[in-house]
Design a protein around this ligand. Structure first.
Ligand code: 13P
Length: 255
């Protein structure tokens, strides 16, 4: 199996952007632009936009995801949302372990693993984010960091469940900075992540895994990144807030 046989998935991560009317308008703009996509198209939106998004994407090829979920099924966790709550709404995807959660909200490899487990148990598909900080890249420990984050996050995940996981390599220094990893850097680390998964689950499962790149991917640089063997799609921040730009990235991933 090779890249041609893996599903390319372009996912937008809207982060903390868009009111409900703005969300609806963006989705209405996006729908005709991506209707012929030959890749998966996902938009991960703030909790407050989930219902609006689910309604707006009906009958289209766009899937909806949340940006996080808690690990417990329910309970005294003020301000949190469970995976079950998302699944019950009809949400299909959830982003877990984004570097902004790790950086600003105390997310650890262990809580990432717990959230992954909860999401899988609720029947969701997971976009699992891993990636090194700038100082870690400069120290030459990118491989170790990404391998460790991947292994810990996948603890207790079965081979069958792996088919509901996408891994997004997002070098923290490339997020929102306009500094994209070169296509070679992205390919190298995506390939490394695939080899870590191969050791855990076997070569066939690893070859079938969608590994995205994220970090300042945009309409201009997407094609070069997506042409690489191990770059099976993108997790798009800023450029996912503009329908035209996002659709150009979707087209670049379609084949
Ligand atoms: P940008 O595309 O804005 O750099 O964000 C990337 C990202 O964090 C997607 O999850």
């Amino acid at each position: 199996m090779n890249k041609q046989k893996r599903q390319a998935v372009i996912a937008g991560n809207w982060k903390m952007n868009k009111t409900r009317p703005e969300a609806k308008a963006l989705i209405e703009q996006l729908k005709p632009l991506v209707k012929d996509a030959d890749c998966g198209v996902v938009i991960c939106v703030p909790y407050t936009n989930l219902e609006t998004a689910l309604e707006a994407v009906k009958g289209s090829n766009i899937k909806v995801g949340a940006e996080n979920c808690h690990w417990a099924k329910s309970g005294a966790f003020t301000g949190e949302i469970s995976a079950e709550m998302l699944a019950e709404m009809g949400v299909e995807y959830v982003v877990i372990g984004h570097s902004e959660r790790r950086q600003y909200f105390g997310e650890t490899d262990q809580t990432v693993n717990q959230r992954v487990r909860a999401a899988l148990d609720a029947g969701l598909r997971v976009i699992l984010c891993v990636g090194e900080l700038l100082e870690q890249r400069e120290q030459g420990i990118t491989e170790e960091i990404c391998a460790m984050q991947t292994k810990i996050a996948l603890g207790g995940v079965t081979k069958e469940e792996l088919s509901r996981i996408i891994i997004a390599y997002e070098p923290v220094w490339a997020i929102g900075t306009g500094k994209t990893a070169t296509a070679e850097q992205a390919d190298e680390v995506n390939g490394l992540i695939r080899s870590v998964v191969a050791k855990l689950y076997g070569e066939e499962a690893a070859q079938a895994l969608t590994v995205q790149y994220g970090g300042s991917m945009n309409a201009k640089n997407a094609q070069e990144l997506l042409d690489k063997e191990h770059v099976d799609g993108g997790l798009i921040g800023g450029a996912s807030l503009k329908a035209e730009d996002f659709s150009i990235i979707v087209k670049a991933a379609s084949r």
